[in-house]
Design a binder for this molecule. Structure first.
Ligand SMILES: *[C@@H]1O[C@H](CO)[C@@H](O)[C@H](O)[C@H]1NC(C)=O
Ligand SMILES: *[C@@H]1O[C@H](CO)[C@@H](O)[C@H](O)[C@H]1NC(C)=O
Ligand SMILES: *[C@@H]1O[C@H](CO)[C@@H](O)[C@H](O)[C@H]1NC(C)=O
Length: 637
């Protein structure tokens, strides 16, 4: 019965998962039966989620939260119900989700709550499936997102103090909450909706730059009619700093740790424990070896939590994809940025398939909880489409004269400060800085390239400046010419998602670039955000037939023809080096030959029968074709 639920290549790991599970199945007799505590059963609602001694209660009944995190914006909308059903069928009763401010308000004052950002529909769908919702409206959410989900336009203020009561920050939060909170307030428990709790901010104890800040966030939510249980969530080390009086403190931790929850009791008194982020695995970053989940440790911990009657939330139950440029970065010693997949080693794979761990958990939960036995969604078959050979290409250099007029500036300007997007600056993508030089020599960046720049002389590729390479030699021979065009194409690879330094994040050229120790002057700056609208409508029609060998940076156009119902597939770009993939105007995200990600998830609902347009922006060198496979490859040797 299980074999068809998992990928064939997972059968081996499945048998080891089953043996772990067999050792760990507990005999809770009788099993905890919470089947009457679902949104459809609880019609006449009196009180919502409450803290009663060491228990949560829901409408007066003892209630154990068994939750998992799914980010609606990392999953195609068409699959929301499928993923939520899988959560429910696995034995979970609650979905936790974070709200990314930067996606909902990408330009100051312009709000988006539709399509893949239709939070309301996501919450309603959860309720229909029989799940409760814990909502994390931030404003900072972390989530390994660009700037932890904060909009980069906040950084235009040089005095900005993110996550504090600094006026420039609270004013922006207030305007955003005025849009967000009324949209979800009617979905709270007492109004008949599924939202049983709201988490304030995220791990504030690890940041803690302003003692008054959490009080302000609480007021901002309560004033906008948030009435359900409020919670804070902190890393085990920082829990005493992040919490607030009369707000339930919850824990983020990797492995369950007695000292930590006893510390929680010591200041909170007898209270239910919620492991808000029980995280077993982690994200992947470009160029680094994949971390994997240890099912033995995981099962031991979860079993322990059940014995102690702790509530838990799995981060991530299903990670999904860092579509577009939503992925963030981290910087402890070195800067590393998130790959496009946010598989996370979660219980469902990036494309929503069951993992052996999912099945092991489902089995374990069934031994301790009454788990609904309604129909479990079947595995969706993946397609292996025929390769597409691009038909046309468009060199970046050829289109520059047709783009919006470049910004002229004596000195370089960082992305955030560029006068684009009605005063919101540029948030993501690429920025091209051009100037003239009259001599060769040594080009140095002094760490002013954020994050990676390709350098060209008269459109000829010279090399890369990035976080680890701060100088390049410009080989200029004497000739009849007086000047040469130096082009610096800088890619923002994602702002750091957490840490004390988020206020310092600026992208593009963040200061001078020096040639033989003199700062370069007189720039033409092109903002290349690569928005869907730009790719679909603003590329000038100067497409040329695709020869065998083309150097980037350039756009490559190809068509995928599909006869039958479109299915999920993975794109593979063998022979290509680095860039971004667009399908029918949707930005699928970045690819990079560096790995560990070798295939890129293309959701079936983003394809249609007939002709599908694929545009690849390749920075350096195009490969021969665009391939499709039915197996995800996200593993380094
Ligand atoms: C769980 O409780 C519900 C109602 O509260 C009951 O109808 C159902 O039979 C119980 N299930 C089990 C397996 O005990
Ligand atoms: C918590 O709930 C359990 C299970 O219903 C119950 O046995 C226990 O007495 C409750 N504890 C408190 C402190 O309410
Ligand atoms: C992938 O496609 C091949 C060829 O059609 C098929 O044999 C294989 O079972 C498929 N694998 C998966 C995981 O769907």
């Amino acid at each position: 019965m299980w074999a068809f639920l998992v990928r064939p290549e997972c059968i081996l790991c499945l048998s080891s998962a089953l043996s772990v599970m067999a050792q760990l199945t507990d005999n809770f007799s009788p099993r905890i039966n919470q089947t009457h505590l679902t949104p459809s059963h609880l019609k006449h609602r009196t009180e919502g989620l409450k803290v009663k001694g060491s228990n949560f209660t829901l409408d007066g009944f003892a209630f154990l939260i068994v939750a998992g995190t799914i980010h609606y914006f990392r999953v195609p909308r068409e699959y929301w119900r499928d993923r939520l059903l899988k959560l429910k069928a696995g034995g979970f009763n609650t979905i936790t989700t974070h709200v990314p401010w930067n996606l909902h308000e990408p330009v100051k004052g312009q709000f988006y709550f539709t399509r893949n950002l239709d939070l309301k529909t996501f919450i309603v769908t959860a309720s229909e499936v029989g799940l409760w919702v814990i909502l994390c409206p931030g404003p900072y959410v972390g989530g390994d997102l660009d700037l932890g989900g904060l909009p980069s336009w906040l950084l235009r203020d040089p005095r900005m103090k993110l996550r504090t009561t600094y006026k420039g920050f609270t004013k922006a939060v207030n305007l955003y909450f005025d849009q967000l909170i009324p949209r979800i307030a009617s979905l709270q428990y007492h109004k008949g909706g599924p939202i049983i709790a709201v988490q304030m901010e995220n791990e504030y104890g690890s940041y803690y730059k302003d003692k008054k800040y959490m009080q302000y966030i609480k007021r901002a939510l309560v004033e906008r009619k948030i009435q359900v249980l409020l919670m804070t969530a902190d890393d085990g080390q920082e829990v005493t700093k992040g919490h607030l009086k009369n707000v339930l403190a919850t824990l983020h931790m990797k492995n369950i740790n007695k000292e930590t929850y006893q510390k929680l009791f010591s200041f909170q008194g007898l209270s239910p424990v919620l492991m808000t982020v029980y995280t077993a695995s982690s994200f992947d970053t470009w160029g680094l070896i994949r971390r994997t989940l240890d099912l033995h440790v995981l099962m031991k911990d979860v079993r322990e939590m059940f014995k102690l009657r702790f509530s838990l939330n799995f981060y991530m139950f299903h990670g999904g994809t860092n579509f577009g440029f939503m992925g963030g970065a981290m910087s402890s010693k070195n800067y590393v940025s998130m790959v496009t997949s946010y598989d996370y080693g979660a219980l469902l794979t990036e494309d929503g398939d069951y993992t052996p761990e999912y099945l092991a958990f489902q089995e374990y939960f069934s031994s301790v909880l009454v788990v609904p036995t309604h129909l479990q969604p079947e595995r969706k078959p993946k397609a292996m489409y025929k390769s597409v050979i691009p038909s046309h290409y468009l060199s970046l250099w050829d289109i520059l004269p047709y783009l919006e007029k470049p910004i002229q500036s004596v000195k370089p300007i960082c992305m955030e400060k560029l006068p684009v997007n009605q005063g919101s600056g540029q948030s993501t993508g690429y920025t091209l800085y051009e100037t003239s030089i009259s001599t060769g020599g040594i080009l140095t960046s002094r760490d002013n390239v954020q994050d990676r720049a390709q350098v060209f002389l008269d459109e000829k590729y010279i090399g890369v400046l990035d976080h680890s390479t701060d100088h390049l030699t410009l080989p200029l021979k004497n000739s009849y010419r007086n000047y040469w065009t130096l082009s610096i194409l800088v890619e923002n690879q994602g702002r750091i998602a957490y840490g004390q330094n988020i206020n310092k994040e600026r992208k593009g050229l963040t200061g001078n670039i020096y040639l033989n120790n003199s700062p370069l002057r007189g720039f033409k700056i092109f903002s290349l955000e690569m928005k869907a609208k730009f790719i679909q409508r603003d590329l000038p029609n100067l497409w040329k037939p695709f020869p065998n060998h083309v150097l980037g940076p350039a756009f490559f156009l190809g068509f995928l023809r599909i006869g039958h119902t479109p299915r999920d597939t993975f794109i593979k770009l063998e022979g290509w080096t680095k860039g971004v993939i667009f399908i029918n105007g949707q930005n699928l995200g970045r690819y990079w030959e560096l790995g560990p990600q070798e295939t890129f998830y293309l959701p079936g609902p983003w394809l249609h029968p007939g002709k599908n347009e694929i545009i690849v922006f390749e920075e350096l060198k195009a490969g021969p074709d665009i391939q499709f496979t039915n197996i995800s490859q996200l593993v380094l040797e």
